[in-house]
Design a binder for this molecule. Structure first.
Ligand code: SF4
Ligand code: SF4
Length: 191
């Protein structure tokens, strides 16, 4: 009985405008009935949108060497790539002997699993925040190298992305004291 009244009250409060702020939002617009503005739903930093390729600003070339590791691991086989000799390496400006020449991902088949990012050893691919890419064509979301780099550099710019291999490693935690090892008077520091 009390629970029924509680439920009824909650429904009444939720129904009356102004007493409770909404937990849902109108997508992709916000504002009042009279003044609407485009406002895509913001995503969290950890959000995993479509995969994209990153740009090495220090050398001015993609990170991707087209090594094919991500392509071999992709469970939906939605990626293809080709490589070429790197002209910047021949000029002594880059350490990458090979560089990506073409890259394509069929985003319609991508399941956003993130495996390609996990297996890449070259910081070359990220799960971007891009998610609004619906098209009316069956193959409308086959994206090529320039588009993948454009999405990737946008993600790098907006998130202040640092290549995972250059991020500071966390300090290793101190090993827990083993019972019976040395002074058994407890774990308090002697200092
Ligand atoms: S994104 Fe990474 S794993 Fe995939 S081809 Fe490029 S360098 Fe290799
Ligand atoms: S996120 Fe998963 S399905 Fe999508 S391209 Fe990467 S490995 Fe393939």
């Amino acid at each position: 009985m009390i629970n029924s009244i509680k439920g009824l009250l909650l429904t009444l409060v939720s129904t009356m405008n102004g007493l409770r702020s909404p937990v849902t939002r109108q997508y992709p617009e916000k504002g009042t009935l009279w003044k609407r503005e485009e406002a895509p739903t913001p995503v969290q930093d950890r959000f995993m949108g479509f995969p994209a390729l990153t740009w090495d600003g220090e050398v001015d070339e993609p990170f991707c060497t087209s090594c094919m590791v991500c392509i071999r691991h992709c469970p939906t086989q939605c990626m293809t790539s080709t490589m070429k000799d790197n002209p910047l390496q021949q000029e002594g400006k880059s350490t990458r002997r090979k560089i990506v020449d073409s890259f394509e991902i069929n985003l319609n088949r991508c399941i956003l699993c993130g495996i390609c990012v996990e297996v890449c050893n070259f910081d070359a691919i990220v799960m971007s925040h891009e998610h609004e890419m619906s098209t009316f064509q069956r193959n409308g979301d086959r994206v090529n190298l320039p588009v993948l780099l454009e999405i990737g550099t946008k993600f790098q710019r907006e998130t202040g992305w640092i290549p995972p291999t250059k991020r500071a490693k966390p300090e290793p935690e101190a090993a827990p004291a083993v019972a019976g090892d040395g002074d058994t008077e407890g774990s308090e520091s002697s200092s």
